[in-house]
Design a protein around this ligand. Structure first.
Ligand code: ZN
Length: 208
C-alpha cells in the first residue's frame, strides 16, 4: 500500500484504504466497553473490571483459606472415604424390604477450581462439585449396557455419579486422609475461576 502511495497518492486503492482505516479508528473510539459502557476502552483495559475482579479475588482468597482449614481438620483429600444418604443400597438387592446402608465413597479428585465463595449450588454431583467420588461397593450399578464413549469416560473418572439427582446430601467422613496441598497459587485465587465468573458480568452488577 505504501509503495502504491509513493507511485500515485491519488490512486483509488489508496483512497479506499485510507477511508476504511479512518472509519476503523472512529468506530474504535466510539466503541463502548461491554463491562462499564464507557467509551474509549474495552474489557481488557477496563479499570472498573480490574478493580471488581481484584475485590472478588481478595474475598475468595479468605474463603479458600478457611475451606482448606476445614479440609485439613476433616481429613478431606484424594483417598478419603465418605458416606451420605445420597448413595444408599439394600443390604439384600433382591429383597426390597431389606435394610438400606450407605455405600461408602472414595474421593478420587478434588475439584480445586470449583471451590469459590460464589459457588452456592454445591450438590457434590453436578459440575460445581468440590470433589468427585467413586463407590467402594456395587461398582457396576450405574454402568449402563448401552454405554457410549462419553459415558464410558464418565464412568472412568467418576463424574457419572453426579447425573441422577441434584439434591444436597450431607456427607460424613468415614476414613480421613492427610489433606492434599492445593495447586500453586490456589490460595491467591487468581486465574481461571474469576475470569470465567466475570466473563458475562457488567459493571452495574458490582463486584461480587
Ligand atoms: Zn470499562
Amino acid at each position: 500500500m505504501e509503495r502504491l502511495r509513493a507511485q500515485d497518492p491519488n490512486d483509488w486503492r489508496v483512497a479506499t484504504y485510507d477511508a476504511k482505516k479512518a472509519k476503523r479508528t472512529r468506530t474504535g473510539k466510539n466503541r463502548k466497553c461491554s463491562y462499564c459502557d464507557e467509551k474509549g476502552h474495552n474489557r481488557a483495559t477496563c479499570s472498573y473490571l480490574k478493580e471488581h475482579m481484584s475485590t472478588t479475588q481478595g474475598k475468595n482468597a479468605i474463603f479458600r483459606a478457611a475451606i482448606y482449614k476445614r479440609f485439613q481438620a476433616l481429613g478431606i483429600g484424594v483417598g478419603t472415604i465418605i458416606s451420605s444418604d445420597r448413595n444408599m443400597q439394600r443390604v439384600d438387592p433382591d429383597d426390597y424390604e431389606s435394610e438400606r446402608y450407605r455405600v461408602p465413597q472414595v474421593i478420587t479428585q478434588i475439584c480445586w477450581d470449583n471451590i469459590n465463595f460464589w459457588n452456592k449450588t454445591y450438590t457434590y454431583f453436578d459440575k460445581n462439585a468440590p470433589y468427585l467420588t467413586k463407590p467402594l461397593t456395587k461398582i457396576d450399578v450405574k454402568y449402563s449396557s448401552d454405554a457410549d464413549e462419553t459415558s464410558a469416560a464418565q464412568y472412568e473418572d467418576g463424574s457419572h455419579w453426579r447425573y441422577d439427582d441434584r439434591y444436597t446430601f450431607f456427607a460424613e467422613v468415614e476414613s480421613p486422609v492427610t489433606a492434599d496441598a492445593p495447586p500453586a497459587k490456589w490460595f491467591d485465587s487468581v486465574g481461571r475461576a474469576i475470569k470465567a465468573l466475570y466473563k458475562k458480568r457488567t459493571k452495574w452488577e458490582g463486584a461480587l
